[in-house]
Design a protein around this ligand. Structure first.
Ligand code: GZL
Length: 325
């Protein structure tokens, strides 16, 4: 059902701009208008989220738009309140980073009734009426999960015996957590020696990632061969737990993260992490371009997908100076 709702007419971004074609008039219309944009952000739970917020704020400033920013402290009810406030203030466009996939039908209908386009960023939603949101700008989380599992298969193919994996999931019910698990499990299916022996949410935060990894280590100890964390922040927290348990992260336990944030590069360079699957938070420029189009009544692709790679530890030192988040 989720895949059906996505109906991806994917536009692969060319650099910072959108590849979608435009009439000169529409471009002119959209380019110059100063917008008032309401941005309902999830919170500041991770390095990724902080970089995402900074990218949106910088892009709004550079475009001369007024950005009304709301930090929901990881609570959906706060995001819903923020959207209602943006509607009352009659903003031109609403940007929503939906904490979880469900529970948005009513408030998105209110935005549609108020004729305010809603742009989803960084996570998607599952709603009955998909016309209540204009476009989703974000990653293919299923593909990110596949890439994490493929790295594991490629880098353990010369080993024998069972590979015991513990998994730190992202925020329960969130699009990236659901789909990163889905992609990872899909690639490992049929590889019987790879077993996920524990899987629990670390809510995308370092603190929770450390706490849950401590519990995994207490329960499974040296049986654990691999940690798959749905984001680098939880992996970094877990690395502390692994070291405090007297084990070597990156060696005794392979560490796989997602996002490719600075902290992950530092951990890989220190030999404590093995790979990070990139998830690009720098969505600000694409969001502003999409907001201008939406405000001008232009039709947008249903999914504007970011281009991202995989960074194993072997390339970390060389790549680190080029990283922008
Ligand atoms: C991904 C984003 C996720 C990141 C986490 O688009 O929604 O939320 O993977 C962040 O680090 O907290």
């Amino acid at each position: 059902m989720r895949q059906l709702q996505r109906r991806t007419f994917t536009v692969i971004l060319a650099g910072a701009g959108l590849a979608a074609a435009w009439s000169p008039l529409a471009r002119a219309q959209a380019a110059g208008k100063k917008l008032v944009i309401g941005f309902a952000q999830t919170g500041a739970e991770s390095e990724w989220r902080t970089a995402n917020t900074e990218s949106v704020k910088a892009a709004a400033k550079a475009a001369g738009h007024e950005l009304k920013f709301s930090d929901a402290q990881q609570k959906q009810e706060n995001q819903i309140k923020a959207i209602r406030s943006f509607i009352t203030q009659k903003v031109d466009v609403i940007i929503l980073a939906p904490l979880v996939t469900t529970g948005w039908d009513t408030v998105l209908k209110e935005a549609k009734a108020a004729k305010i386009p809603v742009i989803l960023e960084s996570r998607n939603v599952v709603v009955k009426d998909t016309s209540t949101w204009t476009t989703f700008i974000g990653s293919d989380f299923v593909e990110e999960g596949r890439r994490a599992a493929q790295w594991l298969l490629d880098n353990t193919k010369n080993t024998t015996g069972t590979v015991n994996i513990v998994e730190l999931q992202g925020t329960v019910g969130s699009d990236p957590a659901i789909d990163r698990k889905k992609g990872f499990d899909e690639v490992l299916k049929g590889n019987a020696r790879y077993k996920v022996i524990r899987s629990q949410t670390g809510d995308f935060t370092r603190a929770k990632g450390k706490e849950v990894m401590e519990a995994f280590l207490k329960a499974e100890g040296k049986k654990i061969n691999v940690l798959y964390a749905h984001n680098d922040d939880m992996a970094i927290g877990a690395i502390q737990a692994i070291e405090e348990a007297g084990l070597k992260p990156g060696k005794d336990i392979l560490v796989i993260g997602v996002a490719a944030v600075k902290g992950a590069f530092e951990a890989m360079i220190a030999g404590k992490m093995n790979v990070s699957v990139e998830c690009n938070p720098l969505l600000g420029p694409q969001l502003m371009e999409a907001a201008a189009k939406a405000a001008a009544g232009q039709t947008l692709p249903r999914w504007i997908k970011t281009i991202e790679g995989v960074f194993p530890a072997e390339v970390a030192a060389k790549e680190f100076p080029n990283r922008k988040y």
